[in-house]
Write a new protein. Sequence first.
Length: 166
Amino acid sequence: MTFDARTFRRIMRSLAAGVTVVTARDRQGRPWGLTATAVCLVSWEPPMLLVCIDRAAECHGPFAEAGSFAINVLREDQEDLSRHFANTDVDKFAAVAWKDGGTGAPILDGALAHVECRTASCLPAGDHTIFLGTAVVGGAMADADAWAPLLRFRGEYARLARQALS
């Protein structure tokens, strides 16, 4: 039994996902980054996350050799930053404010939250690689107005609507 790829994509686009920029440095110290929604909590103890990266992505090799990576969770007003890191034809770090994290992975200024991970393993999965990371350091904005993440839903950027609970 074969599952139609177009149907599968349409179904999976109904799953709202937080938008992140995942970053790393290669062995030569060059920063790399990409926009990703395939990020997931794996374990509280030890704290572990995963990110899935297409093996055809230009940054796949550098991520595989980096040994660490950072997940930068974008705020709802950072759609331009998401689009910037999704573009393959630009120097992604030239016009972006960032700093080195404790692992050396770039941390984007103004992100809603970030977590740095040491790569624990890389697992092939279809046309992607699952990068499993042990979280070692991170932080989140404390500002009460910075609660809303940037989301993707059905191929579009989306935002949470804040409603009072009854």
